[in-house]
Design a protein around this ligand. Structure first.
Ligand code: BGC
Length: 739
């Protein structure tokens, strides 16, 4: 009897020779594929079942499966998904199909797998790409144990609309912050070599403009011009591509009438053509089918033709490609070259991930439960997500705080502290605020879960200090969780007012997936911490910060408006024909019944000390369009505790071809300062950082004045001007010969 397993695989399947370059392996494999098998590689199903789907897998009609319970999986628990099915399904593909092409398994591993870290908006508050990288790395290692090879993160949609529930999953409102943190996450998930069994492919999503959904209503239409797209919304995607992200997901929305799943210009021409992205463009959940609902295709057949032309390579669950692509090619309506391009990209991803060499789950049966070392990463991230936005001196709590009341719905609800998009984390693995504070304060702490506000009030009266845990349940943010009102949920403000009336120290801790209207809380409480949804180490991080065992150093990655009625308020304000400033005299044409400055500006956050900023100083007040200058600023810790200061650098381009933001974050530095210590912070400023898309949409760096601004947040900045000159003029004036 012939032992088939003993046959040298590369004789029959030369693409299995891992010493060959990937592109050659793709050529060899594609040369063997029928059109039907090619189309199979463009089809992704949900929750593959090795028994029910065995025939389809063996016939090469399935390329990939995601494991998620539905279109809004981020808000639903996922008990129905049996990740253990992965290896069984994979065996059908590898051993049972004609060409043995492995399946690719994806799952939304967004901010941790079992060890859940803060929601992405909380990660963004760290302003620390290393924190993002560490989270990506442990999440990848834990998910790989379950056979997951691909995650659908980071979400880099520019998020300036707090009513939109998905801001929780975003990395904030500015392109440079979002882009750098996305690059950190991508490095963490993919590593240097994504074929490492402990790494996953990442996916930048949702391309593009999703953050502009009208009125913050999820999935709504988007009206935006290409200039704004290029100068703002496309930039973090470009950063993700430059960081080597292996896939990009198309967005549900249209852009100026064209559904993104049918947007040939932005997907095929810009992303794939202009930027040279050679990875996979995956549809969002039923995104191709939804072109029909968007009224731009009569049926799924037409939708399939539009999507493949646009450059969507892999169809997430709609079935449109599987059902219609073969026939569309045979009838000549779709060029085979388009299908080939899509298939090449999918196979490239599978080769890059090493799936042909290692198709099965890494370390099967290994535990992926949180360990002390993964918890240490989650704790650092959770601490870094704490943004102190007010402190009249009540924090950190010391012995004078006396008896402390800890109250509110989050005191012992681990699950609520995990945040949106948690499919594998477990509420019982969360260190709750109650557990952490009881351990540290013993009898000094009393706890009220808030079920009876009257009882809470009596306890607050008896306590010396109240710590109120306020905010939104995790299910009020995330996909399809938009709100018309960014106020606190009903009842919470009443409790704050009633407790504040006792006149005793009051600390408000706000758990949230979005900027909230905190105007009254900021007036009434003595200290306010915004902590997002912090994950498995929520309680430990809170206790560390409240008691001063860690210094708060998070900064707001989104602007907090004065109220819902003041939306939009963000750093993206561009100059109008009338001057706009925060004061009454410079608000012409705005509202007659209110001012429009932010309640809490982008980048804002306090520490337990005070930091003084010197004026910014340039090494040279000119730089060439291809050159740079050095900006230094001295920061001094003038208080009595150490801190980590986020020293921020913004710029303004006063005269450009198009209107440019009043201020735009371009760089920052995390600076540790001991009490009394002064440090000189140096920024290497490249003229290229001022580049923007001009009237003809090409990228340009203008000659002329640029204002550089440094400070602790977007509203407290000191300017210095630099003049950008042409390289020619500068070499002429230094007397160097022109080349
Ligand atoms: C979301 C994506 C997600 C996908 C798969 C969609 O509803 O928009 O962000 O990756 O589902 O779960």
């Amino acid at each position: 009897m012939t032992d088939v397993t003993a046959t040298p695989p590369t004789r029959q399947r030369p693409w299995l020779d891992a010493t060959l370059p990937v592109e050659e392996r793709i050529d060899l494999l594609m040369a063997e594929m029928t059109l039907a098998e090619k189309v199979g590689q463009t089809h992704q199903v949900a929750n593959i079942n090795p028994d029910d789907d065995a025939g389809e897998i063996a016939s090469g009609r399935i390329s990939s499966s995601l494991y998620a319970s539905g279109a809004t999986a981020g808000n639903e628990r996922d008990e129905g998904v049996l990740v253990g099915n992965i290896d069984a399904a994979q065996r059908h593909a590898v051993k049972g199909s004609r060409l043995g092409i492995p399946l690719l398994f994806g799952r939304d591993v967004i901010h941790g797998h079992r060890t859940v870290a803060p929601i992405p908006l909380g990660i963004a508050a760290s302003f620390d790409p290393d924190v993002a990288e560490e989270i990506g790395e442990i999440a990848a290692r834990e998910a790989a144990v379950d056979g997951v090879a691909w995650t659908f993160t980071p979400m880099v949609d520019i998020s300036e609309e707090p009513r939109w529930g998905r801001v929780a999953e975003s990395l904030g409102e500015t392109p440079v912050l979002s882009g750098r943190l996305a690059a950190g996450l991508i490095r963490g998930f993919q590593g240097d070599d994504p074929s490492d069994p402990d790494r996953l492919a990442a996916c930048a999503k949702h391309f593009a403009g999703y953050g502009l959904a009208a009125g913050g209503r999820d999935y709504d239409t988007v009206s935006v011009g290409e200039n704004t797209l290029r100068n703002l919304h496309l930039r973090p995607f470009r950063s993700a591509v430059d960081a080597g992200v292996l896939s990009v997901m198309a967005a549900f929305n249209d852009v100026d009438g064209i559904p993104m799943h049918a947007h040939e210009h932005l997907v095929r021409e810009v992303l794939k053509g202009e930027w040279g992205f050679d990875g996979v463009v995956v549809a969002d959940w039923n995104g191709i089918g939804q072109i029909v609902f968007q009224g731009v295709a009569a049926d799924k057949r037409e939708a399939a033709a539009l999507a493949i032309r646009a450059g969507v390579d892999l169809d997430m669950v709609s079935g449109a490609y599987l059902e219609h692509l073969e026939e569309l090619v045979e009838s000549g309506e779709v060029d085979l070259a388009l299908v080939d391009d899509a298939v090449r990209r999918v196979l490239r991803l599978k080769f890059r991930l090493g799936l042909f060499e290692r198709p099965y789950a890494a370390r099967p049966g290994a535990s992926n439960a949180p360990t002390p070392s993964t918890r240490a990463v989650a704790l650092r991230a959770a601490q870094a997500a704490h943004v102190l936005v007010k402190n009249d001196g009540v924090l950190p709590l010391d012995d004078d705080a006396g008896k402390v009341l800890l109250s509110g719905p989050f005191v012992d609800d681990g699950d609520a502290l995990l945040g949106t998009w948690v499919l594998d984390g477990r509420g019982e693995e969360v260190v709750t605020p109650e557990a952490a504070l009881r351990e540290r304060l013993g009898d000094r702490v009393t706890v009220a879960d808030g079920r009876f506000p009257d009882v809470t009030l009596m306890q607050a009266r008896a306590a010396d200090t109240s710590v109120l845990l306020l905010g939104e349940h995790r299910s009020r943010s995330g996909e399809a969780q938009s709100v018309v009102d960014i106020g606190l949920p009903p009842g919470q403000l009443e409790l704050v007012r009633a407790v504040a009336a006792f006149g005793k120290p009051l600390v408000a801790v706000v758990y949230t997936g979005r900027p909230l209207d905190l105007t009254e809380v900021l007036d009434l409480a003595d200290a306010v911490l915004v902590v997002w949804h912090p994950g498995v180490e929520a309680g430990t991080a809170l206790a560390d910060i409240l008691l001063g065992d860690a210094e708060p150093h998070g900064r707001l990655p989104m602007t907090f408006p004065l109220s819902t009625r003041h939306i939009p308020t963000s750093t993206h304000q561009r100059p109008t024909g009338r001057l706009i400033r925060a004061d009454v005299d410079h608000q012409e044409g705005r509202y007659v019944d209110a001012l429009t400055y932010p309640r809490l500006p982008f980048g804002f956050g306090l520490s337990y000390t005070t930091v003084d900023y010197g004026a910014p100083v340039l090494s040279s007040a000119t730089m060439t369009t291809d050159g740079s200058t050095t900006l230094t600023v001295t920061v001094t810790n003038t208080g009595e505790r150490p801190c980590r200061e986020v020293v921020q650098l913004y710029f303004r381009d006063p005269v450009a071809q198009v209107t440019r933001p009043l201020v735009e974050l371009t760089d920052w530095a995390l600076v540790d300062l001991e009490p009394g210590q002064a440090r000189v912070v140096t920024f290497d400023v490249q003229a290229e950082q001022t580049a923007y898309a001009g009237r003809d949409l090409t990228t340009r760096v203008d000659e002329g004045e640029i204002v550089l601004l440094t400070g602790p947040d977007a509203a407290r900045l000191q300017p210095v001007s630099v003049t950008i000159t042409s390289p020619k003029a500068s070499s002429a004036c230094t007397g160097r010969p022109e080349g």
